[in-house]
Design a protein around this ligand. Structure first.
Ligand code: ZN
Length: 438
């Protein structure tokens, strides 16, 4: 199993300066490669990473003379990354998922990072020896034992980190579970998560406070940006033409730095919170059911976007995936068409007209009062047990109007995939469980 340990670094000013230049190099090379790739592709060619790298190597010192001072891994890796990004893009298109093409990286805008291959660095206690700059102090020692695969140095606001990838044996990666429960988790907007046992988990106060401050500070920065546009004669809200340099006031620079630090703090708080939640869920349960939310698709929807990115759905899902493996926990991911909010978890009646605003509702069939999120979590939990409520796939849903979905529906597709110790069971096996609840 591949595990990554991200460790904060304590570079000297000289080392930090090298890091910044190496990141700049990685970004420039990425942009060069992406530009060249697109040109060749548009010209009917079939670009590939190897050929592009060769092409780049022939002209690189002419193009960027300062490249000699930067270790070659920083400018070799972007080609591999670009290759991967394109493959992923085409795979997603093929699977009918929303995808975006690899994009140009902007200075200060994107995640600044560069790569170091495993034969170019070494670790000794709380220190890492990197090419060109020597030993850099780390805030902790590497947590995992195993074959080291590589490292990525990155910056978040004004702090530097190294993420070391390690291949560890499955036995070493396995962690001990403390419980054997089964739980459904509904990731909410009001509370961070609601469990099927009724427990609601709130985002920590500091995170909430930081998010409130984020609103205020982003507004302040965008006001200053509008003022700068006005100063060069641009209409408010207009997009400055490419290459325009807006005047940068001291206040705007300060606001931008503050905002970047706040973003970094929020990212940290959110990561901590998500780690605690996912560890707890995986440690205490033998099976956890979560929803397959189409995060990208939802982020395109403005109204939901903020709330969703606040809870960090994508991060949650990713952590659940690898922790399920480490704890030997069965992770069940409900199909994104599974109407977990709309089914009555007591009798199975389906409330077709449920809107996002309705936080509570009463079942028209059995009269049970439901809290929206708790009911959803209970329906999710059922997917891991033999009592799941039947539901037709969206394609086969036409015949069944409002009301109870007939138990004899042939096509049942609530479970998307499972992972963890018990692995994925076959589709037929699942149908047998899901078609005969009551
Ligand atoms: Zn009911």
């Amino acid at each position: 199993m591949h595990l990554t340990h991200k460790i904060a670094l304590r570079p000297t000013p000289k080392q930090a300066d090298y890091f910044a230049r190496a990141c700049g190099t990685a970004r420039k090379v990425w942009n060069w490669a992406l530009d060249e790739w697109s040109k060749q592709y548009a010209g009917g060619g079939k670009p590939n990473a190897m050929a592009l790298k060769k092409q780049f190597n022939a002209i690189k010192y002419e193009l960027y003379p300062w490249l000699k001072d930067i270790h070659r891994d920083a400018h070799a890796q972007p080609f591999t990354h670009l290759d991967k990004a394109w493959s992923q893009f085409f795979a997603e298109i093929k699977a009918g998922k929303p995808a975006h093409e690899p994009r140009f990286k902007k200075k200060g805008r994107c995640h600044d990072s560069f790569y170091v291959a495993n034969d170019k660095f070494s670790l000794e206690g709380q220190a890492i020896r990197l090419p060109k700059i020597g030993t850099v102090a780390m805030t902790e020692t590497l947590r995992f034992e195993g074959r080291i695969l590589g490292a990525t140095v990155s910056r978040t606001a004004d702090r530097w980190f190294v993420a070391v990838q390690v291949e560890v044996s499955d036995e070493q990666a396995m962690l001990r579970r403390t419980g054997h429960g089964t739980v459904g988790v509904d990731l909410g907007i009001k509370s961070a998560a609601i469990l099927s046992n009724g427990e609601s988990i709130q985002a920590p106060r500091p995170l909430k406070a930081a998010l409130r401050r984020l609103k205020i500070r982003s507004r302040r920065l965008s006001r200053q940006l509008e003022a700068a546009k006005l100063a060069v004669g641009l209409a408010p809200g207009a997009r400055p033409p490419r290459g325009t340099r807006l005047p940068v006031s001291n206040n705007r620079r300060k606001s931008a730095a503050k905002l970047a630090r706040l973003h970094a703090r929020i990212a940290n708080l959110r990561a901590d919170f998500t780690h605690q939640l996912t560890t707890r869920l995986c440690r205490e349960n033998q099976a956890v059911v979560i929803e397959d939310l189409n995060v990208r698709g939802m982020l395109a929807n403005d109204r939901l976007a903020r709330a969703i990115s606040d809870v960090g759905f994508g991060m949650f899902r990713q952590q659940m995936n690898y922790k399920a493996q480490r704890y030997g926990m069965r992770l069940v991911v409900a199909d994104r068409w599974y109407p977990s909010s709309r089914l009555c978890s007591v009798c199975g009646w389906k409330y077709e007209a449920l809107t996002l605003r309705e936080r509570t509702w009463a079942c028209a069939d059995c009269g049970t009062h439901h809290d929206r999120d708790h009911n959803a979590a209970r329906n999710l939990e059922r997917l891991a047990t033999a009592t799941a409520l039947p539901v037709a796939s969206p394609a086969g849903n036409g015949g069944a109007a409002a009301g109870r979905v007939p138990a004899a529906v042939g096509k049942v597709t609530p479970v998307n995939h499972e992972c963890g110790q018990q692995g994925a069971s076959g589709q037929e096996e699942r149908c047998e469980h899901l078609c005969s609840p009551f």
